[in-house]
Design a protein around this ligand. Sequence first.
Ligand SMILES: Cc1ncc(COP(=O)(O)O)c(C=O)c1O
Length: 370
Amino acid sequence: MAVPLLDLRAQHATIRDDVVGAMMKIVDDQAFILGPAVERLEEAVAGLSNTKFAIGCANGTDALLLSLRALDVRHGDEIVTTPFTFFATAGAIHNVGARPVFADIDPDTFNISPQSATSVVTQKTKAIIPVDLFGQLAPVDAIAAALPQLPIIEDAAQSIGATRKIGDKIVKAGEASTIGTFSFFPSKNLGGYGDGGMIVTQDENLASRLRRLRVHGGMKTYYHDEVGYNSRLDALQAVVLLAKLPHLEGWSAARRKNAEYYNAAFAGSSDVRTPVIDPKNVSIYNQYTLRVSKRDELQEQLKKKGIGSSVYYPLPLHLQPCFEYLGYKAGAFPESEKAAKEVISLPIYPELTTAQLDEVIGAVRDFYGS
Ligand SMILES: Cc1ncc(COP(=O)(O)O)c(C=O)c1O
């Protein structure tokens, strides 16, 4: 039995009537850009993130770019982040003219290590971008405690709705940081039918600056206080996301259940290390990522059996050709480099059947002869 890494059609089938009805209403109204549907989505996402403000934008990459601009990051500034993330995190830093400065990861969670981050901060550091990788929050509390002078842009593209216990409080992705950013790329737990993004913040001034920056830097049509971007969210995406929102918690819980099923099956294996979730965190498992021995051979074998898998991420960002100018060499971030060689992500989407999970487990076990 073939098992894809992700089956968006299975999810669409469960919500088709709601989504298509809402999309057709927008088509009939012919009101496609921003507008009331986007405002309703902003309100809903602010609510689920426990933040005061949410600003829709074109995608998760722009959400980072706009956030950096809203914090007045410019040429010559340094922004600390992790090299073990999707390219957009560092690409956005480069594209505002700042310098990405990397720090190594915690080998358990794959998230940025607060100690490593602290060690690379200089006078030029303007902000830090921890990434909530694969669905669990980065230690934003420890980062804020170690670096209280720095604003935090939490790249929560993969972690909408995930939580972390900070003191006595359970906080949501984006809630405890200066700014939180989300992506609605179709493969995310809350994915649109195209690109989309959102920025959340508790700060009213940042919120109004972000609203301005997403429409060419002006709040009054044809008057521009600063140079911004065209980064508006489509009403069509907003209604898809609004139709999906009531299901988000259930879908993320189903992913957790699938993760537990895999964890039990792989427990005790000397070749497979199951994901480590910080005890303070509840993950939404945007990815289920193992560390394994003979990773490339395993992936080849899974492919032959029709089982989808992916390597997030095979080359850490400090070693990407485009960042050669930053001067990092192999060995600079040993944990990130080791993770890049060992990780593999397996199908985890909510609609997986037990038979499909067993198929994946069987294929991994067969490979290791266990
Ligand atoms: C960690 C991370 N940051 C940023 C992005 C960028 O989001 P988008 O693809 O919506 O631009 C993504 C998603 O693709 C991501 O996974």
